[in-house]
Design a protein around this ligand. Sequence first.
Ligand SMILES: [Zn+2]
Length: 429
Amino acid sequence: MRIDYFAIIFFLFFLAVSCQKPTEDTAPDALAFVGGNIIDGTGRQPISNGVLLVRDGRVAGVGTQADVELPENTEVIDLKGKTVIPGLINTHAHVNFVSHKQADSDTTHNLVDQLALYARYGITTVVSLGEDHQKGAPLREAVDTTTTRDRARFYVAGAVVTGETPEEAVAVVDRNVKMGVDFIKIRVDDQLGTTSKMPQEIYQAVIDRSHEHQLKLAAHMYYLEDAKRLLEAGADFLAHSVRDQVVDTELIQLLKEKNVCYCPTLTREVSTFVYEEVPDFFDDPFFLREADTVELAALKDPQRQQQIKNSQSAQTYKQALPTALANLKILSDSSVTIAMGTDSGVPTRFQGYFEHLEMELMAEAGMSPMQIIVAATKDAAACLGLPDIGTLENGKWADFIILDEDPLADIKNTRSISSVWIGGQPIER
Ligand SMILES: [Zn+2]
């Protein structure tokens, strides 16, 4: 009997030693993604057969295999045949508009869900330009951590600033600042002549106050004249396309002189009229993998389709799309800095998918795939003053997408996502 116990104890001891799980000592110090094409987001030619070294959530080396030395205890991940691009940045999003299945309105839970959805589509940073309200700012606090994350990085503008007088509007700015927002957002638009436009006196006061707080101001606009006046008043970001007419040299000069970026939001226009029939993308598996069937059924309802066909505003925005596309090409050719943004997150503007659709439209406008990638990465980050993201360069957060197909051959290949990484951690998809 005693011998049996000995045998069992010995056997258990042997088992414990031989099956020991890797401890912290054996966990890799770094990850090396080796053998793929690396598009670093700067606009430089891709590095073929490259190495992307990631350590502590950040890029620790990028280059050819000869350039980058791998530290001891590095886990190597083979990327042969694949392409790496930086995580995409949506500079004009919205969160917390609630879908039918999220009766639980305006909760942190909703917000986390939506940021996770963006992340699964490779949108690793989301800038919410307004109406994110109280819940947005506290969650945003967690932005710069290296802990495992399953959602996009997040920046907010708080309440869109309005007011009947400069004093009233400035008070909204101050309330936003107290809440801890990253940007200030205003609208200067009459909604195709149906509402009154924010007067110059008020937006000037809002812009000045934002700058006193060292915050950039993003402006919703529609008309060429308003865009010019906003730039003269000091606005830092044009959050939509000019859509009433073709842009002119005065606007181009103002944009360049003031170093202001232009965010086309072409899919915003699309969303106003595209559901007058069943859109082509309703067959795209990349769309369907996340789409909600109840929402899709509602959008296919013939009565609703007829309403859109009959809607004057929908049809006006439909006619505005070619103007927006032409303006994007003119501004891009004139070396104005373009920042990818969609205005997604409002109902019928699908978070995550619309960013890929936006890039397809930017290509339709005439931008090259490389120009589009830069607009969605390096320039998007630079336009909004986010220095730690946007490119795959040493010291930046390791936010990137691994693609099966080459996006330089066709921008639609940004949909061939193999995996998404944020802060050096893989996103569950
Ligand atoms: Zn918007």
